[in-house]
Design a protein. Sequence first.
Length: 175
Amino acid sequence: MEPNLKAVRAIVLDVDGVMTDGSVLVDPNAEPLRIFNEKDGHGLRMAAMNGYILAVVTGGHTEAVHKRMVAYGVPYDNVYMKARDKRKVLIGLCERFGLSPEELLYMGDDIPDAPAMEFAGVAVAPADAAAEALEAADIVSPIPGGRGFVRWTLELVMKAQGKWIFDVNKYEQMF
């Protein structure tokens, strides 16, 4: 059965392997560094401007990632770090925002994402996801993580809902 993209009200995503290609550089102080695709970031801003509930659920924890997600339009309190049970976070988001699982879209790429993907109404995996995430996905993108996968997914949803519209005035106000 085709996933219902028109029902999506909330977009939740992992970071490593989704927003990034999964590589992590480490600086001399052992601080992890990641590279983000700004087209993915602009896609998140477009989703924020169009009223979607945005959240990030990641097993990692760095203040730099937290700040970057906020800059992309994800509310500070919707960035969940050190998440071990991502499905539990989604259940909490549903309760907090009065959502049904069918209204959630989850983007994930690896084994810890699979339970969350199975819970969400729409699950999307990048082309280079682990077998478990590919199996849990309703949609598999032709694009790998960190290379425009998030943007591709967000365009798919917003175009299905007639919301892929750039409003420069709203953009100026929000960002």
